[in-house]
Design a protein around this ligand. Structure first.
Ligand code: HEC
Length: 172
């Protein structure tokens, strides 16, 4: 009887502590956004991508390194498709119109994207490149910031980014 009470009190204490820690971590009502990020990270993990969250809130994935591109006869869009696959982009972006962890690439270059900061903005080459190299610069409405790895500007060569853009533009 006494043991149970003690255990219950301990549990309650832990719970209060947990909530306290959570509240401490999230300032100014960022909780909803944190929850959204967690849900989307879980989604990514279910898709086979391991998303690492660094202490500064940025993310990185275990996507394999880009493979060496093969035939010289390949056009930029075909190369871009391969680079996007090799870099794990397709774990978060579909090409069939369905939203996933990130917005679908289908029709992206033709639609006007609504941003968290307002919009709409035309998804031209410059916008697409910026979205790849600096994903937090313009965050798409309905999606979480700090989820897309911000490392592609370093890990991809400029011509590889051009090839991905060429590929995305073929997805009408
Ligand atoms: C871990 C998941 C994840 C991965 C991996 C990822 N992205 Fe994203 N991406 C997102 C999310 C979430 C957004 C929406 C938030 C934002 O705008 O940053 C986004 C936005 C974008 C956009 C803007 C889309 C729009 O509708 O305007 C482009 C373009 C894009 N990503 C390209 C890429 C490319 C290319 C790669 C691979 C080199 C990649 N992403 C890898 C999650 C991801």
């Amino acid at each position: 009887m006494r043991m149970t009470t003690i255990r219950r009190t301990a549990l309650l204490g832990l719970l209060v502590l947990g909530v306290g820690v959570l509240a401490g971590c999230t300032k100014h009502g960022d909780e909803a956004r944190e929850r959204q990020i967690e849900a989307q990270v879980q989604l990514a993990e279910r898709a086979g991508v391991k998303v690492e969250k660094a202490a500064d809130g940025t993310t990185s994935t275990n996507a394999p390194a880009p493979s060496k591109s093969g035939g010289v006869a390949d056009g930029p869009a075909a190369l871009g498709q391969r680079i996007a696959t090799a870099n794990g982009c397709v774990a978060c972006h579909t090409i069939d119109g369905k939203a996933s962890v990130g917005p679908t690439w289908k029709g992206l270059s033709e639609r006007n994207t609504e941003l968290v900061s307002g919009g709409p903005v035309k998804a031209d080459d410059a916008y697409l490149k910026e979205s790849i190299t600096n994903p937090n610069a313009k965050v798409v409405k309905g999606f979480a910031p700090n989820l897309m790895p911000a490392t592609f500007g370093n890990s991809l060569k400029p011509e590889e980014i051009d090839q991905i853009v060429a590929y995305i533009k073929t997805l009408k």
